[in-house]
Structures are given as C-alpha cells and as structure tokens.
Design a protein around this ligand. Structure first.
Ligand SMILES: Nc1ncnc2c1ncn2[C@@H]1O[C@H](COP(=O)(O)OP(=O)(O)O)[C@@H](O)[C@H]1O
Ligand SMILES: [Mg+2]
Length: 273
C-alpha cells in the first residue's frame, strides 16, 4: 500500500491541547484545530508568541498528545508515524553534539536505526553535499557559523529520508542575509526531495516566501483564524519584490491583526496574474 503517497501528510481533526487540565494552572494551548497538509505541500504556521505553534508541531511529532481529537501523519497515528520515522525535525537551535564531527552528527538518526557504518557515512556525505557542507564533514559543530550549523541540522533531519519535515523557527536566530540564503536553500532541498513541510515562524515575509499556504493562528487559546493561499510559483531573486508577494504579506498581516474582512478582500486577489 502506498499510504504515504495517497494520504495527506498531516491531518488534524478537532485537536485540543489542554495542559494541566482541571488544575488551577490549566492552559488551553490548542482549541478545536482542524488542518490538512497535502502531500508535498509547504505550510507555514504563524501567530503571536504563545499561541500554540510549537505545541501543534509537537502534537504532530507525537512528542506530546492531543487532549481531544485525532492527529494523523501520513495516514498513520502520530505515534506510529514517530515509531516509523515518518518525519524529521529541526529547531531554532541546531542542537548538534559538539563532541561528534559534522558527519557523525548527520549520521546519528541512521545509527539509531542500526544502519551499517559505511552506508551511513555515505548517506551523511550525500546530505552534506546537498547542504553544501561536504568540505566540513570532519569539523566539529563549534567550528561552524550559525547558518552552517543549521544546515547540518537540516541534513540530519533528512537522514532517514522522512516524507515530512517539521521545522520550528529554524532560521529564527540567523541574521537577515543568512536567513534569506537558508530560505532559498530549503526551497531547493524541497524541490529536490519532494518533502512535505510544516514550518513555524513569526516572520510574515518568511512565511509568504516559503509556503504554499500560510496558516494564521490566534493568541491563546490557539485556533486557526485564517488560511492564506500563496500562489507565487517558483521563487527567485525577484519574488521578494513582486507585487503579489507584497499583497500576500499584507493579507497575512491583516489576518494576524484579526482583520478578516480586509484579509479576505486582499486574499481573493492573490494568485491572479
Ligand atoms: N509543557 C507545558 N506545560 C504547560 N503549559 C505549556 C507547556 N508547553 C506550552 N505551554 C503553554 O501553551 C501555550 C502555547 O505554547 P507554545 O506552543 O510554546 O507557543 P508558541 O510556540 O506559539 O510560542 C503557552 O501559553 C505555553 O505557556
Ligand atoms: Mg514556539
């Protein structure tokens, strides 16, 4: 069965996440959230700090459980998807092991999978070539710049060739120029690998530049208040100056302000050439 191809990458139905339910410190982080991410789709999650973006990613990753509702990943339960390594994850901090070389950091998920030494070294080198760091395979992470470390982390998240990438503000700590380069790199990797991607950010231009759809979340309790389609085709040098890019940025900004009327009026124009 080719469930990974025919099922959506992610399907959240009526997902609630309530921390400390019934306690005085109860927090509703996610409220009745419904979302489907198509196979091969790039979806950005945007919203104010504390609105539940990381929590949603963690529910998808089965690092925490939905209080109510169901979460499916590639047609499996979130737990099955985690066990079968159906996703890779990257965070704001690269979280590399300083005592391992760059190559051996990328190899780690393969090591855990029991892949043999020469196979995993070959795969790690292939990935380091993809992120243009093959020359640094023998270096230690601390010898690399922040952007390079993030590329190592992305290579590592791709090691087991998962169909889905979950990324939580992976470029949040990088300077603006490095960040734009990394965005292009990620889009290139996506094109080469066909991965589905769920990408958390609080940068509006970043969300618009990268994704097919921008999912806008409200302040706590996190709900989806808007989904904005971005039809910019293949991104290139000119995209960031394209009128449609600015229109989409404006639509997302309006949606974040809770201005749904204005948002949808603008939204209806996006994608019209
Ligand atoms: N383990 C936890 N226990 C209690 N509350 C939590 C826990 N994790 C997150 N929260 C709360 O859930 C809300 C959403 O957090 P989070 O998903 O990290 O937001 P975001 O990533 O959008 O900034 C916040 O109010 C946060 O304090
Ligand atoms: Mg977060």
């Amino acid at each position: 069965m080719t469930t990974t191809v025919t099922s959506p990458a992610v399907k959240a139905e009526g997902v609630w996440k309530i921390f400390n339910e019934g306690q005085p410190n109860e927090v509703t982080a996610l409220q009745d959230l419904n979302l489907e991410v198509g196979y091969g789709e790039f979806v950005a999650l945007i919203g104010p700090s504390g609105c539940g973006k990381s929590t949603l990613l963690r529910v998808i990753a089965d690092l925490t459980h939905a209080t109510r509702g169901t979460m499916q990943v590639a047609g499996l339960t979130a737990a099955q998807a985690r066990e079968q390594q159906k996703y890779g994850m990257a965070f704001q901090q690269a979280a590399l092991f300083d005592w391992r070389t760059v190559r051996r950091n990328v190899e780690l998920p393969l090591e855990l999978q029991g892949v043999g030494k020469s196979d995993r070294a070959a795969r790690a080198m292939e990935l380091l070539e993809m992120v243009q760091l093959a020359d640094f395979a023998g270096h230690r992470p601390w010898e690399l710049s922040g952007g390079m470390q993030q590329r190592v982390a992305i290579a590592r998240s791709l090691a087991v060739d998962p169909p889905l990438l979950l990324m939580d503000e992976p470029f949040g700590a990088l300077d603006e120029m490095t960040r734009e380069r990394m965005q292009n790199e990620l889009l290139r990797i996506r094109k080469e690998t066909g991965k589905s991607i769920v990408f958390v950010t609080h940068s509006i231009p970043e969300a618009v530049y990268l994704s097919d759809r921008v999912v806008v979340m409200s302040p706590r309790p996190g709900r989806i208040t808007d989904i904005i389609e971005v039809s910019l085709g293949d991104r290139n040098e000119d995209t960031r100056e394209d009128e449609r890019f600015f229109e989409a940025v404006t639509a997302v900004r309006e949606a974040l302000r809770g201005n749904h009327g204005g948002g949808s009026a603008i939204r209806s124009r996006i994608g019209e050439v």
